[in-house]
Design a protein around this ligand. Structure first.
Ligand code: ZN
Ligand code: ZN
Length: 250
């Protein structure tokens, strides 16, 4: 991490530790110290309506299995993004991912994940965050998916395996890969991490910040099933709304 980024981070941490956040993280309006104003909280008060989502990948539509899942059944049992990836939800995700402002968003999303799980019919035994790209880790120093995952796992008293999977590496680590692993690498797949063996027989909850086409979630699910996981459910803070999903103006 660059020196000025480190200094900025340290400064922000100090400010955060000394004073509550008086302005909303999403819109900058005064918020009385909670970090999120009432308007933004109201915008984030409802999840995407379940009855409109593809039951498998969570893509918004008419509530039936979407064409993509019909053509190729995903490896995960179900995937959901809680909020549309726009407005306040998008700002929170970006603050968590790139601005080192992960405390308020991580707390917010961990609570919403717990709320979603309390109403969903998902059986889970372990929590795994989608691993970050090495370039993100080097630049920002943390995995944004792992922070709410840690809080959720703690509050549900479930084991957390942040190193169950790893993204294919570069340089030396690449040299040590087997042929099959290199092929997987070329496909953009995930490799077993040092905690990969812990997944055997487990029903895993995979957490990420944004669900787009579900390709990343599917690649992680495939890798975890190969490691012996019994099933994989995917929960993300937001679901990116593809252009064709947006309601058209009449
Ligand atoms: Zn706001
Ligand atoms: Zn689908």
């Amino acid at each position: 991490m660059e020196i000025h980024a480190l200094a900025q981070k340290a400064g922000r941490w100090l400010l955060g530790a000394l004073a509550p956040r008086l302005r909303c993280l999403c819109c900058g309006k005064p918020c009385g110290g909670s970090g999120l104003c009432e308007g933004c909280l109201a915008e984030l008060s409802a999840f995407l309506p379940e009855e409109t989502l593809c039951p498998l990948c969570g893509e918004p539509g008419g509530g039936a299995v979407c064409p993509r899942c019909t053509a190729l059944r995903p490896a995960f049992a179900a995937a959901r993004g809680l909020f549309p990836y726009e407005g306040a939800a998008q700002k929170l995700v970006l603050a968590m991912k790139y601005e080192g402002e992960y405390d308020i968003p991580a707390e917010f999303f961990a609570k919403r994940f717990e709320e979603y799980l309390s109403q969903a019919n998902w059986e889970i035994d372990a929590v795994v965050p989608v691993p970050s790209r090495l370039s993100h880790l080097l630049k920002y120093g943390y995995n944004q998916a792992a922070i709410p995952a840690r809080r959720l796992a703690f509050s549900l008293a479930l084991p957390l395996y942040p190193r169950a999977l790893r993204r294919p590496g570069f340089g030396k680590s690449q040299v040590r890969l087997s042929r099959a692993q290199r092929l997987e690498n070329a496909r953009g797949g995930f490799l077993p991490g040092p905690q990969g063996g812990k997944l055997k027989g487990k029903r895993v909850l995979l957490l990420d910040d944004v669900l787009t086409t579900g390709a990343t979630a599917n690649a992680c699910a495939e890798a975890m099933l190969r490691l012996g996981a019994k099933s994989v459910y995917v929960l993300c803070a937001a679901r990116s709304i593809l252009r064709e999903d947006k309601p058209t103006k009449v």
